[in-house]
Design a binder for this molecule. Structure first.
Ligand code: CA
Length: 187
């Protein structure tokens, strides 16, 4: 091997290197984009409940995509907060839980949520999603959201780890315009 190398014209190496770089470059530009397409295709085959947030913008099938408008995705394409449609029913329960300053305590909410017979692990997840301001209590909107998520789960749909933007209660939504105005005034 060493002897063979001795006879080898090393001046050819640079061009070999250039060729190698060129081919790697070509591979990066062509193969990678192909690979990315494959990954994207693979991702689009995932069940929609596994996809967070912008599942609808990404879905090439639009409203005909699997799971569109179902479960946690219900209400993503509507102007109103989907939870508000059944909120009057959830409110009735809410006011039996002795809210103080418009909020029910964790203990009182827990008792009610356990009526769903969902396992504690699932209810814990629902609690995390529903207690938007993380104050350990649920206001009427957060409580309605918890009930909505319980319904979604009981209907056999998966729950996300993060609350999709369309499910965030109106009073917990950040108003970007107000933020800009506020920050501007601060300057
Ligand atoms: Ca709260």
């Amino acid at each position: 091997m060493q002897e063979q190398l001795l006879h080898y014209d090393f001046s050819k190496f640079p061009s070999l290197k250039v060729k190698l770089i060129e081919s790697v470059d070509r591979m990066l530009s062509t193969k990678i984009s192909g690979l990315m397409n494959m990954i994207r295709e693979e991702e689009s085959k995932q069940p929609p409940q596994m996809v967070m947030g912008g599942a609808f913008e990404d879905s090439s099938d639009g409203p005909f995509g699997h799971g569109y408008g179902e479960g946690i995705s219900a209400g993503a394409d509507t102007e109103d907060w989907i939870v508000s449609r059944d909120k009057h029913r959830y409110d009735e329960i809410f006011y039996t839980l002795m809210p103080v300053n418009g909020k029910v305590t964790g203990i009182n909410a827990k008792k009610e949520m356990m009526n769903s017979r969902l396992p504690n692990t699932v209810l814990g997840k629902i609690w995390k999603l529903a207690d938007c301001d993380k104050d350990g209590m649920l206001d009427d909107e957060e409580f309605a959201l918890a009930q909505h998520l319980i319904k979604v789960k009981l209907e056999g749909f998966e729950l996300p780890t993060e609350l999709p933007i369309h499910l965030v209660p109106p009073s917990h939504r950040k108003n970007p315009t107000a933020d800009i105005l506020y920050n501007h005034q601060e300057d």
